[in-house]
Design a binder for this molecule. Structure first.
Ligand code: AGP
Length: 369
């Protein structure tokens, strides 16, 4: 009913707008006055065990996998430890080297996804400690895992995950900061700087959800496309993957998320004046690189839409349309940059009268293999 949707047309839009509060919930009580992330009391895994780990292995499906990839980039950067990432459906049949010094991190909103559960069973059989990042207390996954970091997103009704993606990315960020501190792998000042930066996220995300009407105008330009390419690099490669997944799920428009540097190795052949390219070019170490990847796409006449920081004249000059977002620490930028892409997918599906909350062929939770 519309009462349950609090006046929003769809649960998906309501859940997109809940994100500033969800981020506050995910952060609550987990960062102390010194800006140190404190997860010890929740995880109850001895810090000696965490210090002895030689590898991190992250798994999940769909949107949960994409959120795990945000964690992967942060852990690689901050924790000085090899980090592997694999889809749970591949993990369960792959031949993987893992032992008691491998830390498995399983991402699942529901905690009931069959492939993720099976992957975790295999990891446990190999003796790895398992930390779940999950939204549902008492789920199958939570019972299997040695520890759970709850995302506290509240119930998500829309089949297309939005607030649970963002809360998983925030939780994975907290876990990266915690592991880095425990392992003394990064300068404490840098970890504290990122942790302090998380406090700006609810307001930054609030600014972006309130650009919904502007994003809707861009949606009108993109909705006739047969195919859309989403480009990101480094910490925003998962943002591109998630933007593409959202669009596919609810609008049924073909989309691909690509690491922008890979364009010239094949996908650039797809481009023409009818194939929009959506690039994430917010500030950070790969900004100049991705701007030049976008310029190459523009040279093939692709319509260009960029997710860029307020005041970015270079992006404005390059793009046909800009989806503006506030500046935050680069390592936190995936949490903000995905929001306009959620809104874009939403508006395209809504304008075209699609069943936004219950897209065809999809189940909220995939409990079969
Ligand atoms: C997200 O929009 C999808 N509906 C889907 O990819 C989902 O994220 C995936 O099935 C994993 O679900 P889980 O987080 O409950 O394990």
């Amino acid at each position: 009913t519309s009462a349950e949707k609090s006046g929003f047309k769809h649960f998906m839009l309501k859940e997109i707008f809940e994100q500033p509060n969800v981020i506050k919930e995910t952060l609550a009580g987990r960062i102390d006055e010194d800006h140190d992330v404190q997860l010890g009391p929740e995880l109850k895994i001895d810090e000696i065990v965490l210090r002895a780990m030689t590898k991190i292995s992250i798994t999940g499906c769909g949107t949960a996998y994409n959120a795990g990839m945000v964690g992967m980039y942060l852990m690689r950067s901050l924790c000085k430890i090899p980090v592997e990432m694999e889809l749970a459906s591949e993990f369960r049949y792959g031949d993987r080297a893992m032992d008691a010094r491998t830390l498995t991190i399983a991402m699942s909103q529901s905690g009931e996804t069959a492939d993720t559960i099976e992957a975790v069973k295999i990891a446990k059989d190999a003796g790895t400690p398992v930390i779940a990042i999950s939204n549902v207390v008492g789920s199958h996954l939570m019972r299997l895992a040695d520890a759970t970091l709850l995302t506290r997103g509240g119930p998500e009704i829309s089949v297309a995950a939005t607030k649970t993606y963002v809360s998983q990315a925030v939780a994975a960020t907290l876990l990266a900061l915690y592991l880095a501190r425990v392992r003394k792998a990064a300068p404490l000042e840098r970890l504290r700087e990122i942790a302090e930066g998380t406090k700006l996220l609810p307001a930054a995300v609030d600014v972006v959800v309130n650009t919904s009407d502007q994003v809707k105008k861009v949606a009108r330009k993109v909705r006739k496309a047969r195919s859309v390419l989403f480009l990101g690099r480094y910490v925003n490669f998962p943002t591109a993957l998630e933007g593409a997944l959202k669009l596919k799920e609810i609008s049924y428009i073909h989309a691909e998320g690509y690491a922008a540097g890979e364009m010239k190795h094949g996908p650039i052949a797809l481009l023409d004046a009818k194939t929009p390219v959506i690039g994430v070019v917010t500030e950070g170490r790969v900004r100049e690189k991705i701007l030049s990847n976008i310029a190459e796409s523009k040279a093939r006449e692709a319509p260009i839409i960029l997710v860029a920081n307020h005041g970015d004249d270079e992006a404005a000059a390059l793009a046909d349309h800009v989806l503006w977002v506030p500046r935050v620490d680069e390592m936190l930028s995936p949490i903000v940059n995905v929001i306009p892409l959620q809104l874009l997918a939403y508006h395209i599906a809504d304008i075209d009268g699609k069943d936004v909350d219950q897209p065809r062929n999809l189940a909220k939770t995939v409990t079969v293999e």
